[in-house]
Design a protein around this ligand. Structure first.
Ligand SMILES: C[S@@+](CC[C@H](N)C(=O)[O-])C[C@H]1O[C@@H](n2cnc3c(N)ncnc32)[C@H](O)[C@@H]1O
Length: 126
């Protein structure tokens, strides 16, 4: 294992397209470097502040399994959109019941659009 220096020099890339929809996206090369330095292939990496899903993308690049949490549903959608842009061939499903993410997102959207059917309660709880 290569122990990283205390200062990491990673070329910043200018956000393009959907990447610009999150204000604090960092380069995929950053979590990629740290994963290669501190974990082994197949390890589970946890990111409690998922944002646009940069860590998830790095996990795919390095063969690590990422478990990420993100508070804002819009950023979860963004992370999945970023993932799909790069990996259109891979399915995105809910681990709980296997539903495709499109179905889950559509159900959420229709709930928000129809407050009398529960959308308001959902918005209030958020
Ligand atoms: C600095 S951003 C992460 C950016 C990410 N590294 C990227 O490259 O896109 C921090 C994220 O943490 C989320 N967040 C803040 N508090 C949280 C919490 N308690 N649980 C989960 N996510 C949270 C925010 O919504 C925000 O998207």
């Amino acid at each position: 294992m290569r122990i990283p220096d205390s200062v990491l020099r990673i070329t910043r890339h200018k956000g393009r397209g959907i990447e610009t929809e999150h204000p604090a996206v960092f380069p995929v090369a950053l979590p990629e470097f740290l994963m290669r330095a501190y974990t082994d292939e197949g390890d589970v990496v946890f990111d409690p502040f998922g944002g646009s899903g940069t860590t998830i993308l790095a996990g795919q690049r390095t063969g690590r399994r990422v478990r990420a949490i993100e508070l804002a549903p819009a950023y979860v959608d963004l992370a999945i959109a970023c993932w799909r842009t790069l990996h259109p061939e891979l399915p995105v499903t809910l681990a709980d019941d296997g539903r495709d993410y499109c179905v889950v997102a559509a159900a959420r959207t229709s709930l928000q659009a129809a407050p009398e059917q529960g959308g308001k309660a959902m918005a209030d709880a958020a």
